[in-house]
Design a binder for this molecule. Structure first.
Ligand code: GTP
Length: 334
């Protein structure tokens, strides 16, 4: 008799829950660019996407390659402190769709602390419906340094990463990338390290990789709950106050004068503007201009308008004077 045989026959159970990847990374590191790579290369995989933006206007959702019903958009604000309930509801909406969704990818804002989002998946009823596959953190190799932008969130994004994607390697000398990689290994031991340009990376290296140790987070969750037993499931993070970033949104149904906007960029944009993005309409041009500013660089790409032209811009930084910036931008209008 074989005494070692298992009395319970092995069951061919499906993998538990819908796999979820959380894409995080500091402002302008390349999250939306990576998401577009995923959407372009996903083949037949039904991928639902949750995008959260820091700003009153949704620019990211307009820059994604797929705007079909696969896309679910979250309300604005910071995912990690304002939308825990919104996040759970959005995931339910995806789970309840008629058509089966194979995979969920979440793009957080650039200043999100990933922990509350992770705990929402492993510490609420979502635990039984989803499987947190991995937390992927993009790092802009051309701007990231060990002072992590004086941002607690930027450091936590790396510290909770299962995968670190060292992005924008086209802008960074190899020695600097090596140094950065060594530093990141001290912040997060054992993370999978990959390098990319424009988020180009083979999808099997980043999706369905089963790298998140959910059990470790569940222990974390129980410890936190014991500590805060009076608080009801509220994974609060005070990074907004700590990091001091604010966003200024500007919208108009009139176009900018190109010269005036150029002057705004060269003379008025202070170094405190860390990130800006927008869909711009210029009086002198028929084209829709996608404007991207990240750290010291900006670019403008021309496309065709598929909707009536308008001007939409979000600027993010520290110590900004919103009234002054809005007045300066209003002066650029024709
Ligand atoms: N040169 C270079 N530019 C890149 C690369 N990846 C992304 N970019 C550019 O960097 C800018 C910011 O990229 P996004 O993908 O919008 O960054 P993000 O992390 O989604 O930005 P936020 O959501 O605002 O935090 C865009 O102009 C991209 O085209 C890269 O590998 N090399």
């Amino acid at each position: 008799m074989n005494t070692t045989s298992n009395p319970i026959p092995e069951l061919d159970l499906p993998k538990r829950g819908m796999p979820v990847t959380i894409i995080t990374g500091f402002l302008g590191s390349g999250k939306t660019t990576l998401l577009n790579q995923i959407l372009k290369n996903k083949h037949d995989l039904k991928v639902a996407v949750l995008v959260n933006e820091f700003g009153d206007i949704n620019i990211d959702s307009q820059l994604l390659v797929s705007l079909d019903e696969d896309m679910v958009e979250l309300s604005n604000g910071c995912i990690c402190c304002t939308i825990n309930d919104g996040l759970v509801d959005a995931v339910y909406r995806i789970l309840e769709r008629q058509e089966k969704i194979d995979y969920l990818v979440i793009e957080t804002t650039g200043i999100a602390d990933p922990l509350p989002i992770i705990l929402t998946f492993v510490g609420t009823e979502l635990r039984d419906l989803t499987r947190l596959d991995s937390v992927l953190t993009l790092v802009d190799t051309s701007t990231f340094t060990p002072d992590h932008f004086d941002s607690e969130a930027a450091l936590k994004q790396v510290a909770f990463a299962d995968i670190v994607l060292l992005n924008k390697t086209d802008l960074t000398p190899p020695e600097q990338i090596e140094e950065l990689e060594s530093y990141i290994r001290t912040v997060k031991v054992g993370a999978r390290m990959l390098r990319s340009q424009y988020g180009e990376v083979p999808l099997p290296l980043i999706l369905d990789v089963e790298l998140t140790d959910e059990a470790a987070y569940q222990e974390y969750e129980s410890a936190a709950e014991e500590h805060h037993h009076h608080e009801h499931h509220h994974h609060h993070s005070d990074h907004l106050q700590n990091d001091g970033f604010i966003s200024v949104s500007f919208e108009s149904d009139r176009p900018f004068a190109v010269k005036k906007f150029e002057t705004f960029l060269t003379e008025k944009v202070s170094t405190s503007i860390f990130r800006a993005k927008g869909i711009l309409w210029f009086a002198e041009s028929e084209a829709r201009h996608v404007f991207q500013l990240s750290g010291p660089r900006y670019d403008l790409n021309q496309e065709d308008w598929l909707e009536p032209p308008k001007t939409q811009l979000v600027l993010i930084g520290r110590n900004l004077d919103p009234a002054q910036i809005k007045a300066q931008l209003a002066d650029c209008l024709v």
